[in-house]
Design a protein around this ligand. Structure first.
Ligand code: HGY
Ligand code: MN
Ligand code: MN
Ligand code: MN
Length: 401
């Protein structure tokens, strides 16, 4: 496939949800923008005579062959983004899946098992706070009753957002029959780092996904007047929060891990008022679960020490936790052999990481020259993306015959 052919389909989706002239995207689940992206996917699937269905958790499936057939070969990814995210994280896997179907047909491949392109919903967790929500609900990794208690920052319930899109939230839950019919899952994804660039390789194969967790630190202090309250009399939760952010940085460097506080909420959030409350969300990742636990424990301990010093209080809630994922099944071995590509770990979470616990799964990465992701500078060349489609087609052809 030539780069211009990839660019043609890519160009029909890429303008949707782009918000800034720096190329940032806001595509949050069940918003109007997300519904436009989903309509785009359905149209492209129907143009390919694929049978489209939406499952009980809102994930979209486009089938070549019998959806009820056994041993299905599934590819795809997600269309939602982080706030002001990049163009490729998610959509690249969906566009490449549709183009791989085209390429299989052009190569004259007659699949002996169904093939599907899937769009998982709420992979980033940017709106309702739980990453990979669609694939976790599908696999039973997330309690549907808990999902019905999820609200976005404006207070909109997940159930209402899904209801607005015509879905019945009471049907949320595991889908074991659907899962049992999947024989293999392959997710193609833009690399979120620069390993392939350094290796001068357009494509890579994932070996593992780091364990990662999301934790909400709630700090409580004493709101007061910024101008009249002596420093010695303050119980400022922002001070405890700030020391916790520094502690997270120090602990991550000590443990060779990654710790990020990219989101805070402050109340009353006024220039001339000492905060009464503040929340900070910690994204913590490490090469193994023991290190992750040590990392988070040391950050929590530092936060509690500082809270005692500041006369504030801190409470920590675990919002999501994903264990280590090893891609070491037949499909991943085949991918590494077939594609003759570098094999590398990733610190990013993916739906493939959720499926891997149930289905023989592989992940392919496409080179990202900027190495940046979850930001507008995320990049991939049309040429490398076209190579990604060909390599995905190679792998799907081996799996479906
Ligand atoms: O956060 C992640 O690791 C993924 O990009 N959702
Ligand atoms: Mn992402
Ligand atoms: Mn992603
Ligand atoms: Mn006043």
């Amino acid at each position: 496939m030539g780069a211009e052919r990839f660019a043609a389909l890519w160009g029909s989706l890429s303008p949707v949800g782009r918000v800034g002239d720096d190329g940032g995207y806001v595509r949050h689940s069940w918003t109007d923008t997300d519904l436009v992206c989903r309509e785009w996917f359905v149209e492209e699937a129907l143009d390919r005579d694929l049978e489209v269905e939406i499952d009980r958790n809102g994930n979209l499936w486009a089938w070549w062959g019998e959806p009820e057939g056994e041993g299905a070969v599934v590819t795809g990814s997600h269309l939602d983004s982080v706030p002001h995210g990049g163009a490729y994280d998610g959509p690249l896997g969906v566009v490449s899946g549709l183009l791989a179907i085209d390429r299989l047909r052009e190569r004259g491949v007659t699949p002996s098992r169904p093939i599907a392109v899937v769009v998982f919903t709420e992979e980033e967790g940017a709106r309702f706070g739980v990453p990979c929500l669609g694939s976790r609900l599908l696999t039973g990794a997330y309690d549907p009753a808990q999902a019905l208690r999820l609200r976005d920052r404006d207070g909109t319930w997940l159930a209402d957002a899904m209801g607005r899109a015509g879905l019945d939230p009471d049907r949320l839950g595991p889908d074991p029959e659907r899962l049992a019919r999947i024989g293999a899952f392959v997710e193609l994804h833009v690399e979120q780092g620069r390993a392939l660039d350094h290796l001068d390789a357009p494509i890579g194969v994932a070996s593992s996904i780091w364990p990662h967790g999301r934790y909400r630190f709630d700090f409580t202090g004493e709101g007061n007047h910024a101008g009249t309250t002596r420093m010695a009399d303050r119980h400022d939760p922002m001070l405890t929060l700030a020391h916790t952010v520094v502690a997270a940085d120090v602990a991550a460097r000590t443990h060779g891990a990654h710790a990020t506080v990219g989101r805070v909420d402050v109340a009353p959030n006024a220039t001339n008022a000492i905060a009464a409350r503040a929340s900070a969300w910690l994204d913590a990742r490490a090469a193994d679960t023991d290190t992750l636990q040590k990392l988070v424990d040391s950050i929590r301990q530092r936060a509690e020490e500082r809270a005692r010093h500041d006369g504030t209080r801190v409470a920590v809630a675990t919002e999501s936790l994903t264990g280590e994922v090893g891609f070491n099944g037949d499909v991943s071995r085949l991918a590494a052999l077939e594609l003759n590509a570098p094999v590398l770990p990733t610190g990013a979470g993916h739906d493939a990481g959720v499926l891997a616990g149930h289905v023989d799964t592989a992940m392919l990465f496409v080179r990202n020259p900027s190495g940046i992701s979850h930001a507008p500078q995320e990049s991939a060349s049309d040429a490398d993306c076209a190579v990604g489609v060909e390599k995905l087609t190679d792998l799907l052809a081996r799996l479906c015959q």
